[in-house]
Design a protein around this ligand. Sequence first.
Ligand code: IVH
Length: 665
Amino acid sequence: MPDIQSVIEKLCTEINDHNYRYYVLNQPSISDEEFDRLLNRLIELENQHPELITPDSPTQRVGADLTKNFPTVAHLQPMMSLGNTYSEAELRDFDRRVGELLEGEKYDYVCELKFDGVAISLIYENGLFNRGVTRGDGEKGEDVSANLKTIRSIPLSLGGSSLKNIEVRGEVLMYRDDFIKMNAKRAEAGEATFANPRNSSAGTLKIQDPKEVAARPLKFFAYYLRSLDKKPPFKSHFESLKFLHEMKFPVMESYRLCPSIENVFEYCKEWEEKRETLPFDIDGVVIKVNRFDQQETLGATAKSPRWAIAFKFKARQARTVVDNILLQVGRTGVVSPLAELQPVFLAGSTISRATLHNEDFIREKDIRIGDTVVIEKGGDVIPKVVEVILSERPKKSKPFVFPEKCPVCGEPIFKTEGEAAWRCENIACDAQVKKRIEHYCSRDAMDIENLGEAVVAQLVDEGLIKDCSDLYSLQPEPLVELERMGKKSAANLLEGIEKSKTRSLEKLIYALGIKFVGEESAKDLAKHFKTLDALMKSSVEELTAIDGIGDRIAQSIVHFFHNKQNLAVIEKLKRAGVNTEWHGTVSQAEQIFAGKTFVLTGTLPTYSRTDASKLIEERGGKVVGSVSKKTDYVLAGDDAGSKLEKAKALNVKIIDEKQFTEMIQ
Ligand code: IVH
């Protein structure tokens, strides 16, 4: 059974070999997509086990972790890093140096949150988003424009701003809640999870398919602005942040002008305490000298500016004792170990559990029942065990032995090659049965209200249902008998179940809980096959030909529809009248022009016709040649002629580029 380390080693060798074939021999032997899948798998594994990253991993090449599909671009000005301080004394040292170099001049600081995300640089030319680049090695980064453009808060144009050519820097991040939800879904679908929101954001920016990026909850905050041509109408960092805000860039409002280092301390203390109240992670405060002329006087060392510094917060760690190691069984049968801890207060909440990931994790750290451990709150709600304090280990303690049987149904458990998790393969296992039904009813699946964990458990325990198809034959009488269930709730429940019959195919596909089929793949499948029957008949070849469906997913789908029990459940769903056809709405959020027709006329100030048409079509709209009563919008530029006249005569809505840009943002 290969352990994680040898899986990583194998991936490294394989990827390096493909790199060589591609870059040196010019003879690639796999598709770009397959290559990315390998690389992403490696990145994910390394994210989860950073201790296993070797200096020669393909993710560690100089020039940073470049995937071949993102062009490398030089930064207009290097993206420097910041010096770190961890104490008041170090911060006072910094302030003393600033004072000395400014030779008695008065100076102010601006304090800001230090976002724990991914730094990027955005370039705007002639008022339009031109490109967005990752930090990379500081000198050059990767052009991830297509992905950044999916972040709706990043403006695509500067509107009426007086500055047209600018560089904006900021941080891409994920809100903790969004991250937790996303990770939970990935785990459920059997996909690898990310260690924290930062890794997750970094990983997402490197995905090759912007569509998939768009479905992930990335956010952006700006913290730096530079004019690339004319003199800007501001002279200090504080003013530049206000200007950024006016230009409609998302700027965290918590920045503050601090006339003295004492105010800086106050700000740092305040946010160290309040950090939990933010929806995202910060790891400190950034302190910047406010005036640009003074920043220039102070200059920079080889690595970082002398006018700015980071004050890093202490890790949110605590010590406690492992009372027990529990095992939970998930929907796909994965048996995950969990540490039951003596409750301890940490960063805003009382902690009594910590994830132990899998058997390898427990073995590597040799975590035992009775051990005193250091736990740390990362991005996840469930904290991690970072260290065992060996000196506190009880004398009689024994290494934890992973069970050979499912803790719920008692059947033997198995481990597949290349996977770290043990699985219970008994699909009738009570834990899995309940989790599968819960998944079927969940918001993003069939969205059946009031059918959460507790009710599902009761229904299964009372023998009223064995799988999701049984929901549709539930009768009011036995329901009313259930605990905390009155006539009214029973009626509501049945109504909710009835309503779920009309959901579109992608919801049903996702709800079936096919291993590796997440929401995104479910959408792709529904769009491609249009009916469940067509999907059920598909082959691995046909499936892998679909954009976004790899071999692993394809195998799993075919396997699922070959299982007799699954087929019986589907048959019952159909007989109950559950819809098995695609409704045709892919992603309503993106398809803002669905069903709308546009006519383009005249010369637009910035977009070419092809660009504008593409923007419309990508959002579900249609571009036609002539104006009629059925035309929804005429997008008119300079020197628009007869089409504009006709639009006016027919009372068709006429918009200019500015309005159009606002619509697509
Ligand atoms: S300013 C020269 N402001 O910190 C100053 N950086 O070590 C450039 N960061 O990679 C950075 N929040 O990702 C600045 N409010 C903030 C920041 C911030 C987070 C990160 C950034 C950069 C790192 C510097």
